[in-house]
Design a protein around this ligand. Structure first.
Ligand code: URA
Ligand code: CA
Length: 448
C-alpha cells in the first residue's frame, strides 16, 4: 500500500477501505507517512467527504492509535457528555455532580480551553487547591467512592487526533464534517463511556453556523457511536448568545454553584436539565428523558446536587467552602462596564466575539501553553429579549489588566459590537432546535 494511492483515490472521490484508512492513520502516527501527505489527504477529505463507513473506520483507527480507558471496574452504565465549542458553556460543572447525585456514575475526561472557547479543567482549577491531574486508576477509585471525577485526558489518548488536529489547524481543514466527527468521537470512545449524550451547538460561536450543518454533524457522530456499540443521542442547541451570564473560569464556577442552588440563569438550567435528562435515561436510571429531567429538578431543589459538587471538590483536593463563600474564589482587580449606546431590546449576542473578548481579558489562551487568569471574564448583564436604555451597562468586564489598557479597550469594543439591539421587543430564543435519537433519526424541534 502507498499513501500516494490512497490520497489519489480519495481525491477522485472513491471510498477507502478500512485497511487503507488504518494504513494511513497508523503510518502518520509512526512517522512513516509525512505531514505533507496527511495534509493532502485532509484536503481531499475536505472536498470529497467520507461515507458513514469511512468515517467510522477513521474514528476507530484514531482510537487505536493510543491508549484507551476501561471503566469496567465502575459498576453501572457510564454515560459521558460532550458539547461542541460553546462560549460560557458551564454545563459540565453543573451536570457532573447533578447526574452523579441522581446515581449515575460520572467519569469525565475534560480538556483545556483554546481560543474563544473555555475548558472545563481551567474552570475547575479556578477553585483553590483543585487538581485534575489524576491517573486513570485514581479517577476510577474516585468515581467508585464519590460517584464522580473530572480529570485531564491521559497523555496518550488518541495521539492521531492531536497530530491531525494540529495539521488541520494550519491547512484550512478544520471545518470538515467527517474530520470533526471522527476527532470528537475518537476521544469520547477512547475515554471508555458506555453511552454518550452530545450537545451540538449551532449559531455564532459554533463551527457549524446553521441547523442543517449541525444536524448533519450530530447524525454523523450518533452513527459513529452506534457503529462502535455505544448508545448515543445528540441534541442540537442554539448558540445565538453565550450560555448563562458568566464567561470565564472562576465566574463560571460561581454560576455553576448558583445553578446547583436553583438560582442560576434560566437558559443554563434548562440546558443542564435537557442534557442531564438524556444522560439519566441512557444510564437506565430514568424511564424517559422527561422523567430524568423531573428527577434532576428534585435533586436541585433538595440540595443534593450542590452537596455532590462539594464532595467532588474535596475528593480532588479543592477548597469546598467555595460552595458557600464565593469570596474564596479568585477575584479580578478591575471591573469595567460596557455601556449601551442606545435604547432598545437585545436581539443577539454574538458568542464568538464575547469568547474572544474574555480571552483578551485573560480568561483564555491564544496558544496552547499560554497562562490564564482564573479571575478574568465577562458577566452579561443583559440577554436576548431584555430591554436596555442608553448608558445602561450591557456587560461587566473582569480583568487583572488596567482598565485603560489596550487589551481591555479591545475587549470592550468586541463585547459592545457583539450586542445587537433593535427597537422592537424580541421573544426569548428557543434553546433546543433538534434531536438525533439513538437510531440516528433527526427530528427538528418546533418551538412554537
Ligand atoms: N473539537 C474537536 O475535538 N475536534 C474537532 O475537529 C473540532 C472540534
Ligand atoms: Ca455561562
Amino acid at each position: 500500500m502507498r499513501a500516494y494511492d490512497i490520497i489519489l483515490k480519495k481525491r477522485n472521490r472513491s471510498a477507502l477501505s478500512r485497511e487503507e484508512i488504518d494504513y494511513l492513520v497508523s503510518g502518520y502516527v509512526s512517522g512513516a507517512v509525512p505531514d505533507y501527505q496527511m495534509a493532502a489527504f485532509a484536503m481531499a477529505v475536505y472536498f470529497q467527504g467520507m461515507t458513514r463507513a469511512e468515517t467510522l473506520d477513521l474514528t476507530l483507527a484514531m482510537v487505536a492509535s493510543g491508549d484507551t480507558v476501561s471503566l469496567a471496574e465502575i459498576p453501572g452504565i457510564k454515560v459521558d457528555k460532550h458539547s461542541t465549542g460553546g462560549v460560557g458553556d458551564t454545563t459540565t460543572l453543573v451536570l457532573a455532580p447533578l447526574v452523579a447525585a441522581a446515581g449515575a456514575p460520572v467519569a469525565k475526561m475534560s480538556g483545556r480551553g483554546l481560543g474563544h472557547t473555555g475548558g472545563t479543567l481551567d474552570k475547575l482549577e479556578a477553585i483553590p487547591g483543585f487538581t485534575a491531574a489524576l491517573s486513570a486508576a485514581a479517577m476510577i477509585r474516585a468515581v467508585r467512592e464519590v460517584g464522580v471525577a473530572v480529570v485531564g485526558q491521559t497523555a496518550n489518548l488518541v495521539p492521531a487526533d492531536k497530530m491531525l488536529y494540529a495539521l488541520r489547524d494550519v491547512t484550512a481543514t478544520v471545518d470538515s464534517l467527517p474530520l470533526i466527527a471522527a476527532s470528537i468521537m475518537s476521544k469520547k470512545l477512547a475515554a471508555g463511556a458506555d453511552a454518550l449524550v452530545l450537545d451540538v451547538k449551532t449559531g455564532d460561536g459554533a463551527f457549524l453556523k446553521d441547523l442543517e450543518a449541525a444536524a448533519a454533524l450530530a447524525g454523523a457522530m450518533v452513527e459513529i457511536g452506534l457503529g462502535a456499540g455505544r448508545e448515543t443521542v445528540a441534541l442540537i442547541t442554539n448558540m445565538d448568545q453565550p450560555l448563562g451570564r458568566a464567561v470565564g473560569n472562576a465566574l463560571e464556577v460561581e454560576e455553576a454553584i448558583l445553578t446547583l442552588q436553583g438560582r442560576g440563569p434560566a437558559d443554563l438550567e434548562a440546558l443542564c436539565l435537557l442534557l442531564g435528562g438524556e444522560m439519566l435515561h441512557l444510564a437506565g436510571i430514568a424511564a424517559s428523558p422527561a422523567a430524568g429531567q423531573e428527577k434532576l429538578r428534585g435533586i436541585i431543589a433538595g440540595g443534593e446536587g450542590l452537596a455532590k459538587f462539594r464532595e467532588l471538590i474535596r475528593s480532588q483536593q479543592g477548597d469546598a467552602r467555595v460552595a458557600e463563600d464565593f469570596s474564596l474564589l479568585p477575584r479580578a482587580r478591575t471591573r469595567v462596564p460596557v455601556k449601551s449606546p442606545t435604547d432598545g431590546y437585545v436581539r443577539r449576542i454574538k458568542a464568538e466575539a464575547v469568547g474572544r473578548g474574555a480571552m483578551l481579558l485573560g480568561a483564555g489562551r491564544e496558544t496552547k501553553d499560554a497562562a490564564i487568569d482564573p479571575a478574568a471574564g465577562i458577566i452579561l448583564l443583559k440577554k436576548i429579549g431584555d430591554p436596555v436604555s442608553a448608558g445602561e451597562p450591557l456587560a461587566e468586564l473582569h480583568t487583572g489588566h488596567g482598565p485603560l489598557s489596550p487589551p481591555v479597550e479591545a475587549a470592550r469594543r468586541l463585547v459592545l459590537d457583539a450586542f445587537e439591539c433593535g427597537a422592537e421587543p424580541v421573544p426569548q430564543p428557543p434553546l433546543l432546535l433538534g434531536r438525533v435519537d439513538r437510531s440516528g433519526c433527526f427530528r427538528r424541534i418546533n418551538n412554537g
